[in-house]
Structure formats: C-alpha cells, structure tokens
Design a protein around this ligand. Structure first.
Ligand code: 1HN
Length: 348
C-alpha cells in the first residue's frame, strides 16, 4: 500500500504518543493552543434569570422541604452553557435563597467566602461570628472565609436573597473545609450593629486588628447607607462614559475590595443613559436593585428588571442602557484576579 511521507510521519507520531500515555505523559505540542489561547474565549453564556420565574419555584421549594432539611434552600443559578456545574460564571457560584417564617438555616462555617444581596429582607437575619444583622432589600451581607454563620426569620414573611460564593476558586485549589455547629444557631455574643460601630463610620479601633483576615470587618453594608451615597454622587456630576456612577464596597482597614476573592460594587445608571463598550477578564454577576437595564453582551441583547440576575462572562464586549433610573449591584472574581496580577480591562 502506498502512503505519503506526511501520512508516515503522522502514523509514527501517533505510535509515539501511544507509548507516552501508559507512562502518564503527553506531548505538549498537541495541546498547546488550547492551553494558552491568544485571548479569553469564555465557555460560559451571557444570561438573564428572571425573578418573576424564580420566585414561584422558590416558594414551591419552600413547601417541599425546610431550610433545615436542605441546610441551605437555594435554587442554584446554573449557567446555561454548563448545566450541572453549579456555576454562574467560570469561577463563581450563585443562587436565589429562601428562608420561610420561623425557619433557621443552621450554623456552619466553610473555607468559601459568601455574600448575600438581599431582595426581600423583611427583617430576616444573618448571624456572623456571634453578631446578628437584620436584612433589608439592597443590603450586602458578607460571610468571611471560615466565619460561623446561620440565617433565620422570626417575622411572618419570607426572606429571599442572591448568594455569591467563591467556592469554585477554593475547590480549584482543593482547599475546602466545612464544620457544622453543635447548635442550630450561634450564641450571640455582640449587640447588633457592633461591627458597624467599630469599623463602619470612618473610625476604627486604636489597635487596628483584622477580625476576618483579608475580609472586611463590616459584614452588613446596608442599603440605607449605600443608596444615599450613590445618589449623592450621581447628582453631583455627569456619569462616567463606561461605568456610569459606580462605587465599590471597600474594606475600611486597607481600602481594598471588601472581600479578598470577590469584588463588589454598586452602579447607578440614569434613565436613558447608555454606557460605552467595556470588556474585562472577570466573570460578572449583576443584580438589578432598582429600575431596568438592557444589556448588550457579546452582541446579544437582554433586559433585566428588579431582582433579575445577569451573568456576564469574561472578555465579552458589554454595554448597558437604563430604560428606567437603575441601581445595579455587581460581584465578580476581579478581586482575586487583581491579586494574581491577571486582571485586564478594555474600553472603547
Ligand atoms: C452556604 O453556606 C450558603 O450560608 C448559601 O447561606 C449557599 C452554597 C454552597 C455552599 C455553601 C449560606 C451555599 C453555601
């Protein structure tokens, strides 16, 4: 049988590769392009989850099992490009969580850091490291890595929030631990508002210590404080062409992001304003707190209203336009990427 020189070469290479795999080795040159792409091409999809669709399902889940049975009763927001992955973007987990009246989501602690953006607070609470905080719509509540936390609702209405966790980052490093409390709820050792008084008014203790390591000591950035700040900024100057009016949640001890792995910020977009295109290497999750925005993400148009959640994968050109005065909360893995020196952003 006649074979070309090129076919002979290919056959010889394949035979060689066959001898490598039993030795747990492989030729880099066959996989190099995939390992080191010219630029990010996300495997994830831009997507909007509608709260109007999620809420009735969440309520059905509320009737099917208790928060205690579930440990955490959450509808995971699964990126449609990766069903079963429990990922909203490449590195982030997100979901809608429900606490019914009288329920307790029992105390535990884990390596992953978590944030909650409260949608229906109704006076539900989260307790973190011995301090309770009452939850209201728009509050950003943080649970630092390995901090004990439990949630509950003593009032007669459901509590719903959006969770964001860095658990895929932690799992990537195979560094995850979990402890369950002996009791369902923590012993409360500090009065409500203690952390806020100690760290949240522009003052701080004389001996600045960091109770939660690299995470902010403020664990409820209340909307009652953040909204007026944002509105004041918005009223004072024209919106930035790319980020409109944006304020970051910061750690008062070092001025950096409030969480070591997750960046969080709040954006006001005036009605009718459209941001210029931006793309960045962080995977973003946005929660509309007020108003309505239409996104153009990687050439696709989608609209998000109040309590809807939007995923913006890495390196997709994004614009947003407010059809009503809008306030949008964003979390992303930018905080981790900056520490690793890999974050990149482009503006047009
Ligand atoms: C968790 O601890 C909470 O504390 C929510 O509310 C969602 C998802 C995975 C792992 C731990 C919570 C979670 C979680």
């Amino acid at each position: 049988m006649q074979t070309s020189a090129a076919e002979d070469t290919m056959a010889a290479r394949r035979k060689f590769y066959d001898r490598l795999s039993p030795q747990s080795m492989a030729p880099l040159w066959e996989v190099l392009k995939g390992l080191v792409p010219d630029e990010p091409t996300s495997k994830f999809a831009a997507h909007v989850w509608k709260f109007a669709d999620a809420r009735p399902l969440l309520m059905e889940a509320g009737a099917l099992l208790t928060a205690e049975e579930a440990e955490r009763r959450v509808l995971v927001l699964e990126n449609p490009a990766m069903p079963g992955g429990s990922r909203i973007t490449a590195s982030m987990y997100s979901g809608y969580q429900l606490i019914m009246p009288g329920e307790i989501a029992p105390a535990h602690r884990h390596t992953a850091s978590a944030l909650r953006m409260v949608l229906e607070g109704n006076g539900g609470y989260t307790a973190v490291a011995g301090e309770k905080t009452s939850m209201q719509r728009g509050d950003l509540v943080i649970t630092p890595a390995m901090a004990w936390h439990d949630h509950g609702q003593e009032h007669h209405k459901p509590v719903i929030w959006v969770d964001g966790l860095d658990l895929h980052m932690v799992n990537f490093y195979e560094a995850a631990f979990l402890d369950h409390g002996n009791d369902k709820t923590q012993i409360i050792s500090k009065p409500e508002g203690h952390s806020e008084s100690e760290f949240g008014s522009g003052l701080g203790p004389m001996n600045a210590r960091s109770p939660f390591g690299a995470t902010s000591p403020i664990f409820n950035y209340s909307y009652a404080k953040s909204r007026p700040a944002l509105m004041q900024i918005a009223g004072a100057a024209a919106p930035d062409p790319h980020v409109a009016h944006s304020l970051r949640y910061i750690n008062p001890l070092d001025g950096g992001w409030a969480m070591p792995t997750i960046a969080t910020w709040l954006t006001h977009v005036p009605k009718g304003f459209e941001t210029k295109p931006v793309r960045s290497t962080d995977g973003r999750t946005l929660v509309v707190i007020e108003g309505e925005v239409t996104f153009e993400i990687g050439g696709k148009t989608m609209t998000a209203g109040e309590s809807d959640v939007t995923a913006i994968p890495s390196w997709m050109w994004t614009k947003m336009r407010a059809s009503k005065d809008a306030v949008v909360f964003t979390f992303s893995d930018r905080s981790a990427q900056e520490k690793l020196g890999i974050f990149r952003e482009e503006r047009r």
